[in-house]
Design a binder for this molecule. Structure first.
Ligand SMILES: [Zn+2]
Length: 337
């Protein structure tokens, strides 16, 4: 703990340098920059013994086989994207080990996972846009807030994610509201896992936050997707559209979602004006999803809609990277001000 705090003080200056250099890159990149807005990487040296053994012995091991930063870069190259590609990356919750109610130990484990994201972004400044992660259930509220401070002040992260589904707490609970208030006070952007697969990330819960923090951007990852079945997810899919129409401070990231519903989202949002279509971004959810598949599919879908339905407002570059780039540039400028 002492060590972590010491590193944090020393790192405040490095954070500003990191933000400045990435902001310069974003400003100088042309409008062809592609951003995959939901990827997870993890340090292969920090896998639990049992996970490391399974990964090594069974190539069929679960669909989100842990991947490190070099594997992410390999995946980007495999996608054969003929433009620059950056990835918004955060830790992989399936890999980071928690130790029951030992909040201090959990804090150190999540700190190491967040630090790996920071180190990766230093190594691959043009390819990895780092984002942080905090967890009030595993760390307790106070340490969760301290993690926010480290992520913003020491690592220079502009986005901090909370995943209510993983450790089962409501997205609009009192402790989440307190942490979100703190993230916004630090001029960073809160992000949430927002899937249909658990009761912890309900549409009404996200609406509550959107109304409470109406002047701040909130990121909702999966836009109601995730691991739910088609039937279970249907209501959340539909309600998310209306939520987005009525709350322009919510930005949705289309990852881990059925393709037919992504198509509906594009059509619906493109009808609702610029301030709404600016709130969509694509993502692969790597390594849970394949970049080559998601990038290729979405790009083709947008082209098809633009051509056949004359939906020029969809604008491939906007959905594939421009919207997220604008949010990041604004956030980094705020952090430096
Ligand atoms: Zn994800």
């Amino acid at each position: 703990m002492e060590k972590t705090k010491k590193v944090s003080r020393k790192g405040a200056k490095q954070a500003k340098v990191r933000i400045s250099s990435q902001l310069d890159y974003l400003i100088s990149s042309n409008d062809k920059l592609i951003i995959d807005s939901d990827t997870h990487i993890s340090n292969s040296n920090l896998l639990s013994q049992s996970m490391a053994k399974k990964v090594k012995q069974d190539f069929l091991y679960f669909h989100g086989k842990p991947a490190d930063m070099d594997e992410l870069v390999f995946s980007m190259d495999l996608s054969k994207i003929d433009m620059s590609l950056s990835c918004l990356s955060w830790q992989n919750p399936s890999v980071t080990q928690y130790f029951g109610e030992d909040e201090q130990h959990n804090f150190e484990s999540l700190f190491a996972a967040n630090k790996y994201i920071y180190d990766s972004s230093i190594k691959y400044m043009e390819r990895i846009i780092p984002a942080g992660w905090t967890d009030p259930a595993a760390l307790g509220k106070d340490l969760a807030i301290e993690m926010v401070d480290i992520c913003v002040d020491h690592f220079g992260f502009g986005i901090i994610k909370i995943n209510p589904a993983q450790n089962r707490f409501m997205i609009n609970s009192e402790q989440v509201v307190e942490i979100v208030t703190h993230i916004i006070k630090k001029k960073a952007v809160p992000a949430f896992q927002f899937g249909a697969d658990t009761k912890y990330t309900s549409v009404s819960g996200l609406r509550f936050l959107a109304e409470k923090f109406e002047n701040s951007k909130l990121l909702a990852i999966h836009m109601g997707g995730g691991g739910a079945s088609y039937i279970d997810a249907e209501d959340v899919y539909q309600d998310s559209l209306f939520l987005g129409k009525n709350h322009s401070n919510i930005m949705f990231v289309e990852s881990a979602k059925h393709d037919t519903h992504i198509r509906n989202d594009l059509l619906y949002f493109s009808n609702k004006g610029t301030s709404i279509i600016e709130n969509l971004a694509w993502a692969s959810d790597f390594p849970y999803g394949l970049q080559v598949w998601n990038f290729g599919g979405l790009k083709s879908l947008i082209h098809e809609l633009e051509a056949s339905l004359l939906r020029n407002e969809l604008n491939t570059n906007r959905i594939m990277g421009g919207n997220m780039k604008n949010l990041l540039m604004e956030t980094y400028q705020n952090l430096l001000s």
